[in-house]
Design a protein around this ligand. Structure first.
Ligand code: ZN
Length: 501
């Protein structure tokens, strides 16, 4: 999507789609025009990815996803599970074959429209060949059942990355999917650009509790098991799925503007944690809605686990129990982490990145609003943090690549590509520079328009540049691109005394 980067003017999606069509479909002669417009009638395989330059295998070409259903059944000891994902999709061109993303796990069955079908596996791709081609524009459903172990804590350590998938430790199960762990759990179109409304059903032994994104809409007993169904009416990217199973208590509250709050807290720690949550969460919600407009969700809460992690899993932020104690809040200032994660419900969850190189739109915003929160909560000046980030910028960006065009090769798995300095501090610097360039009222209008116009959708860097220019009433393209696509940042407007390394 980054048409102002070093990439060619053909969109990466089209390059991938064409390459796959040309090499993978013997006897087919698709032409560029029909492939692009989606009117190709000769069946061809869907592309293996959507053309994300940082994660080329993620997501799948040839179809859109209308709805995702994930049904999980855990073993009595919670060490293994069976998962069935059912995607309802629509073909964007006639499909002889299509892919889902899947790594690890044992495939038990694959059906298309209820009929058993043939499939093969190649790397992280599950290749599904229906009995007959799926015509362009036709809806279809594909269901994939897998069986797998829940990763233990040792395995989680070994991976050294945030994209673990499902992990079990200290008596709870949780998921850490970002950016590419969901397809370690079950088959998905594992890219935010293919997010869809999602139903998650968890069957777990009745001795433990279970929670997932969205609203609990049904509970039933099945012998020694309890089955709970959760609905996310807003589109949910697989990377933002949260599955909690274990000994925790769900506490409900009525939040500001009628937002329903529900927190899942380790049983026995409810009284330690709720006073902080009762103060910080409503305050952060009011702070953000005042700046940005209506909250994107009707239900929100925190899943506090002893295993820890900080992850903006949609409508159910994952946070370490120790961060939320009175002591943790006072010592670590973790109220700012809560504000950061809640801001992701706007930036990253409701407005999802179109490509992973757009990650600065998630993290840059979250860091920016965390700075404003700290200003309000403890009187710190956001300019101080920005001045020090600006000083480090050139050294960091030379290593990792520009803010909106990070170089994957610059990251090790431990760096959690593309979760580098550029997306966080670099992204916040871009927004700070924009705020210096335009006045406060205009900046606020840009931000509110961004989350309103792209609500429950996907958007990228070029969209942000366009929207900012339109709202400001002048072409901000050259200015923003000089910040987003350079390893040597321009002078900071309003701060001629700031220097970069
Ligand atoms: Zn973040």
């Amino acid at each position: 999507m980054a048409r102002h980067t070093r990439h060619s003017t053909l969109t990466p999606w089209l390059v991938t789609a064409l390459a796959t069509a040309l090499t993978g479909a013997a006897g087919c002669t698709p032409d560029a025009t029909s492939a692009q417009s989606g009117t190709r009638t000769t069946p061809a395989p869907g592309a293996a990815g959507i053309g994300d330059t940082l994660h080329p295998g993620l997501g799948n070409g040839g179809y859109t996803v209308r709805h995702t259903d994930l049904a999980l059944r855990f073993a009595e000891d919670l060490k293994t599970y069976t998962a069935t994902t059912t995607l309802r999709g629509r073909a964007t061109h006639a499909l002889s074959r299509f892919d889902l993303d899947l790594t690890g796990t044992t495939v038990r069955s694959v059906t298309v429209d209820g009929h058993k079908t043939t499939w093969t596996r190649s790397g992280q791709e599950l290749r599904v060949t229906p009995a007959g081609p799926v015509p362009s524009g036709r809806g279809f459903s594909v269901a994939v059942t897998v069986h797998a172990p829940v990763a233990g804590p040792e395995e989680a350590q070994k991976l050294g990355t945030t994209a673990i998938g499902m992990v079990r430790a200290k008596g709870v199960v949780q998921t850490i999917n970002q950016p590419s762990g969901a397809h370690r759990i079950a088959a998905f179109a594992d890219h935010p650009d293919q997010k869809a409304p999602t139903t998650i059903t968890i069957a777990a032994p009745s001795r433990v509790n279970a929670i997932a994104n969205g609203e609990l809409t049904a509970t039933r007993r099945e012998g020694a098991y309890t089955v709970r169904r959760f609905e996310s009416r807003q589109k949910l990217a697989p990377e933002l799925i949260q599955i909690g199973v274990g000994h925790f208590t769900v506490v409900e509250r009525r939040g500001p503007d009628g937002i329903k709050l529900r927190h899942a807290l380790p049983t026995g720690h409810v009284n330690d944690l709720m006073p902080q949550l009762d103060t910080v969460v409503p305050k952060a919600l009011r702070f953000l809605t005042r700046r940005l407009g209506p909250f994107p969700l009707r239900t929100y809460g925190i899943y506090a686990t002893p295993m820890g992690g900080e992850l903006e899993t949609q409508s159910l932020t994952l946070l370490a129990t120790e961060e939320l104690t009175k002591d943790g809040m006072e010592t670590n200032g973790s109220d700012a982490i809560v504000a950061h994660e809640i801001s992701h419900e706007y930036f990253g969850n409701s407005v999802s990145p179109r490509r992973w190189s757009d990650l600065w739109l998630n993290e840059g915003h979250a860091v920016y609003y965390e700075g404003l929160w700290n200003q309000e909560a403890r009187g710190t000046d956001p300019a101080d943090a920005m001045k020090s980030a600006y000083r480090d910028a050139t050294a960091q960006l030379r290593k990792q690549g520009p803010v909106a065009d990070p170089r994957l090769g610059a990251f090790t798995p431990k760096d959690r590509a593309p979760y580098g300095w550029g997306a966080y501090q670099g992204g916040a610097l871009v927004l700070y520079a924009l705020r210096q360039k335009v006045d406060e009222a205009t900046f606020r209008r840009i931000e509110r328009a961004w989350v309103a116009e792209h609500r429950d959708s996907t958007a990228g860097t070029a969209d942000f540049i366009r929207l900012a220019s339109r709202v400001a009433g002048r072409d901000l393209g050259p200015f923003l691109r000089s910040w987003l696509y350079s390893t040597k940042l321009p002078a900071m407007p309003g701060h001629p005394d700031w220097h970069t390394s």
